[in-house]
Design a protein around this ligand. Structure first.
Ligand code: NAI
Ligand code: KPL
Length: 293
């Protein structure tokens, strides 16, 4: 399969690098990372070790079978605009947050797949990405239901030894992932703590309440996500990733804009006071840093 990865940062470089073991991959990202990959290849270190030689550039190619979108949620519109002239069969978002697939579907003609990813990735230096945990990619039609395109993409991922499954309930799964990220990312970013510290009783109350508020919002949209299921999911991820510094904590530590708008901000409002508080505090921090208006 001919795959273009739009957003060759941490996750995009890891997944693109792993896919390059079996497919033709083009990484689209920024200098100096793409220059280093062109010169010396991409080193994948950590849980998976390999060096691969994908194409790497700063502009998208004229065509590809699949575009994997791995920019931060607030860059999805720009990524979609960049892909507008590329002939594509399918586009798949593996980003966190809600709304990315709709942005892509509104802008592009290709079949849009939704995905979730629990692989951990960190760009440690130009040309080198660390795999900080082997997880799973789950993908499927963005509206749910069976999809031959999703089956084909799932097989291509599996051919490259990526742990992958194809699901027919992606809309519900995106809400469940949102509930997990809402409970973990903003509290760890604000308190500057590892994910595992949220298993403490006091901080755990914040995590579980934020997660329950997202589950309630999901149910109000017609999705089958009980409080118990969502809380079990967030506790299990916090425990499995206890030593992780969440992506939002890493953003705050590097003074980068966070994805709070497309995570906690999606449910902020009178029915979600904890998510509203978390959203307001992170937006205030972003304003003070000059990262938002
Ligand atoms: N890093 C991880 O372990 C995981 C990340 N995610 C999600 O994946 C998404 C990406 O996260 P990271 O890789 O951590 O972020 P990142 O910031 O490391 O990578 C994003 C990259 O996209 C590039 N970019 C932005 N706009 C672009 C454009 N128009 N064209 C080409 N490149 C562009 C940026 O320069 C940056 O290098 C986020 O939604 C995140 O929540 C999900 C699971 C795990
Ligand atoms: C699953 C979790 C919470 C792992 O840290 C994550 O997705 C993130 O940090 O964005």
């Amino acid at each position: 399969m001919d795959v273009v990865v739009v957003g060759a940062g941490s996750l995009g470089s890891l997944l693109g690098g792993l896919l390059a073991r079996a497919h033709d991959v083009t990484l689209v990202g920024r200098a100096p990372h793409v220059e280093r990959v062109r010169e010396r290849g991409l080193r994948v270190t950590g849980t998976v070790e390999t060096t691969v030689f994908p194409d790497a550039r700063t502009a998208v190619p004229a065509s590809a079978d699949l575009a994997l979108v791995t920019v931060k949620a607030y860059d999805t519109g720009a990524a979609a605009a960049a892909l507008a002239e590329t002939a594509l069969d399918a586009v798949c978002s593996l980003q966190n947050g809600l709304g990315n697939e709709r942005t892509l579907a509104d802008a592009l003609d290709a079949a849009v797949l939704a995905g979730t990813c629990t692989y951990g990735a960190r760009l440690v230096a130009p040309g080198e990405v660390a795999c900080t945990g082997v997880g799973e990619v789950v993908l499927g039609a963005r509206e749910g239901g069976p999809s031959e395109t999703a089956d084909r993409v799932g097989r291509a991922f599996a051919d490259a030894d990526l742990v992958t499954s194809v699901a027919e309930d992606m809309p519900r799964r995106l809400w469940e992932k949102l509930a997990v990220n809402a409970g973990i990312n903003a509290p760890t970013a604000l308190a500057r703590i590892h994910n595992g510290a949220l298993l403490d009783d006091e901080a755990g109350t914040v995590m579980r309440t934020a997660t329950r508020e997202v589950a309630a919002a999901a149910r109000s949209e017609g999705f089958d996500l009980s409080d118990d299921t969502a809380v079990r999911a967030v506790e299990s991820v916090a425990s499995a990733t206890a030593d992780n510094r969440s992506s939002m904590l890493q953003d705050v530590e590097k003074s980068r804009r966070t994805e709070v708008d497309s995570i906690n901000g999606v449910v902020a409002g009178p029915d979600a006071p904890v998510n509203s508080t978390l959203t307001a505090l992170l937006r205030a921090w972003e304003r003070e840093q000059g990262l938002r208006e």
